[in-house]
Design a protein around this ligand. Structure first.
Ligand code: ATP
Length: 236
């Protein structure tokens, strides 16, 4: 039996006295993309914060690679292989692509040449733009740069929050192709996404979160049938 890279069991969490997640169970096996969908305010980002250790569960279990990690600090979870791309993507806009990569030398104990080689092999577009300021990259290219940083540490679990934010649909489709290929390398990926259908197109499993509860989980096809109820007929 494969051990899930990330598993939440009947997990509760929130902010102060306000509970946002009311007993959520979710599994993300290795080499798998799981899409977490749901309307605004459902608790999707909160769930990612719990998985990355910035919000602590108040009940239930959080397992990483089969190990119980409730209450572990964010740095410990990062050490255990959980990687969340920070909001704002965590790149240095006033440095070139190559300089950004230099800043990350030492992350994952890679030398400068290895960092660049790995990144440009995986994302040739970034290689072509190595001398360009990161802040002037297109949104999709910036997202690739952020993802390449995350991948330098060889994460076991990658948490992606709304990577499509502000991007054109075609760029989003390209990015999700990359997400799919990254998962094929063995990484477990949990994506939170507004563009539900785009995420479902590459996901292996999906779940709908509404008001802090998983209301549907299954294959993308099974979940897609219930999208309209999740979004109350909104643009899913
Ligand atoms: P969206 O799709 O709009 O980003 P979401 O599903 O990611 O929504 P969360 O950001 O997890 O939802 O928010 C869930 C609830 O928790 C919301 O009611 C939100 O106002 C509340 N919340 C989020 N962050 C905090 C915080 N730091 N302190 C207090 N309440 C918070």
């Amino acid at each position: 039996m494969t051990i899930d890279a990330l598993e939440l069991i009947d997990l509760r969490a929130g902010y102060g006295s306000i509970e946002v997640l009311h007993g959520v169970s979710l599994r993300v096996p290795p080499a798998t993309v799981v899409a977490l969908l749901g309307p605004n305010g459902a608790g999707k980002s909160t769930l990612l914060k719990v998985a990355s250790g910035t919000v602590k569960p108040t009940a239930g279990c959080l397992h990483v690679g089969g190990v119980h990690v409730n209450g572990a600090a964010a740095s410990d979870l990062a050490h255990a292989g959980v990687c969340r791309i920070p909001e704002g993507r965590g790149i240095f806009p006033n440095l070139t692509v190559a300089e950004n990569l230099q800043m990350w030398t030492g992350v994952g104990r890679l030398r400068a040449g290895e960092v660049a080689e790995r990144t440009f092999t995986r994302f040739p577009r970034l290689g072509e733009r190595r001398k360009q300021l990161a802040g002037t990259l297109s949104g999709g290219e910036q997202q690739m740069l952020a993802m390449s940083r995350a991948l330098l540490v060889d994460p076991a679990v990658l948490l992606l929050d709304e990577i499509s934010m502000g991007l054109a649909p075609l760029v989003v489709a390209d990015l999700y192709e990359l997400v799919h290929s990254v998962a094929a390398e063995g990484i477990a990926i949990l994506v939170v996404e507004q563009f539900a259908r785009t995420a479902l197109a590459v996901a292996d499993h999906a779940a709908i979160l509404i008001q802090g509860r998983i209301t549907r989980a299954g294959t993308p096809a099974e979940v897609e049938e219930h999208l309209s109820e999740a979004y109350l007929g909104g643009a899913a």
